[in-house]
Design a binder for this molecule. Structure first.
Ligand code: PLP
Length: 392
């Protein structure tokens, strides 16, 4: 079968490949602790499941509008405004999608012409780079720096902006580092976006998974940014709903029409009963989310403390998401070698930092969306395995 040229530019998410490798080892009888995949290990809260069942009984089994059901978009608009004081929007500015991921794809398709430049965080979620390359854009990596708590240097950003810069992608709290952008960073970014007239895709999918009283600040809260910002958010992480496939974007109404049109072409619409469950997730009892974040914090503290005791490892304590990205350069191993070594020798699945771009070299990523017991056992195994390495 003939394969189109553009397919050679399509990247992937290594997490799914490592998961498959780990499962193959399990099939051979090996015990593996999964710290590779980015999804909460908790069940979806009961009230959300009940809402989906009720919706099925009520007949939410048909096609709906491409942009999403009106009352669901209204609920999203209400929640997004409540969480981002100063920002206002209406249902016309919301598009509901099967997961947050399509917002990335649809926005990049809608805004990036061949040769246009898109600046994106590196290490960062690998699908940004994949999608930019796929549409023929130029992917311009912006390095996140460990010495800046995995923020980027605003001067680095200034140097990367050219006349061809069409879009800047920001992600806070961040995957894979757990880093956050400060209010000052965001204000600087907004100034540059307005001055140089580029669009910002603000991926805030981890904005409710934050610790130590950190209050996320959205670029949408800055006057003059609503016109040039697309917010990506969703239900996968906050409500442990990865398999439901439910997310959304908030963007100027004209862009929402284009993104909805892409959705008409790609998927027609997002599942109707899933959207109804999403409405309950947003408007119903939030105690399960609070409990989940509390538990994630305990695990974060345990994994950071444990990793910092391992010779050659150095790990920052992130303020958000459920990932840590220790620096392993002190072991003398490359990221990929270390990830393979830990899988094969310690039975701990994690990801090489390079799965998130070239600036991920020297780091590996763990997702701590696993039980405290498993995390402690993983740390014990890693420590034992690393002891066997020749001294760096
Ligand atoms: N954005 C970031 C930074 C992510 O880490 C993920 C998932 O891992 C997504 C977006 C997409 O999430 P979903 O499509 O499951 O809503």
């Amino acid at each position: 079968m003939h394969i189109a040229n553009r397919m050679s530019r399509l990247g992937t998410e290594t997490a799914f490949e490592v998961l498959a490798k780990a499962r193959a080892l399990e099939a051979q009888g090996k015990n593996i602790i999964h710290l590779e995949i980015g999804e909460p290990d908790f069940d979806t809260p009961k009230n959300i499941i009940e809402a989906a069942k009720n919706a099925l009984d009520k007949g939410f089994t048909h096609y709906g509008p491409s942009a999403g059901l009106l009352d669901v978009r209204e609920a999203i608009a209400k929640t997004v405004m409540a969480e981002r004081p100063g920002f206002t929007c209406t249902a016309d500015e919301v598009v509901v999608t099967p997961g947050g991921k399509p917002i990335m794809f649809f926005l990049i398709l809608s805004t990036v012409d061949e040769g246009d430049e898109v600046i994106y965080p590196n290490p960062g979620f690998p699908i940004y780079e994949s999608m930019i390359n796929f549409v023929g854009g130029k992917a311009v990596p912006l390095q996140l720096k460990e010495e800046k708590d995995f923020r980027f240097d605003i001067n680095d950003l200034k140097k990367l902006i050219t006349k061809k810069t069409r879009l800047l992608i920001i992600n806070s709290p961040q995957n894979p580092t757990g880093g956050i952008l400060t209010k000052e960073d965001i204000e600087e970014i907004a100034k540059l976006a307005i001055e140089h007239d580029f669009i910002v895709l603000s991926d805030e999918i981890y904005s409710k998974i934050v610790y130590d009283d950190f209050k996320p600040y959205s670029i949408l809260q800055i006057p003059g940014m609503k016109e040039r910002t697309v917010l990506l958010d969703g239900f996968s992480k906050t409500f442990a709903m990865t398999g439901w496939r439910l997310g959304f974007g908030v963007m100027p109404a004209e862009m929402a029409k284009l993104v909805s049109k892409l959705q008409t072409n790609a998927t027609s619409c997002t599942s109707s009963f899933t959207q109804e469950a999403g409405k309950e997730a947003l408007l119903g009892d939030q105690s399960a989310v609070d409990a989940m974040v509390k538990e994630f914090k305990i695990r974060r503290d345990a994994i950071v403390d444990g990793l910092n005791k391992i010779p050659g490892f150095h790990c920052l304590k992130p303020k958000g998401s459920f990932y840590v990205m220790p620096n392993i350069s002190g072991t003398g191993m490359t990221s990929q070698k270390m990830a393979d070594f830990l899988l094969n020798e310690a039975g701990v699945a994690c990801l090489s930092g390079t799965a998130f771009g070239k600036y991920g070299e020297g780091f590996i990523r763990f997702s701590y969306a696993n039980s405290l017991e498993n995390i402690k056992e993983a740390l014990r195994r890693i420590e034992e395995a690393v002891k066997k390495l020749p001294k760096a």
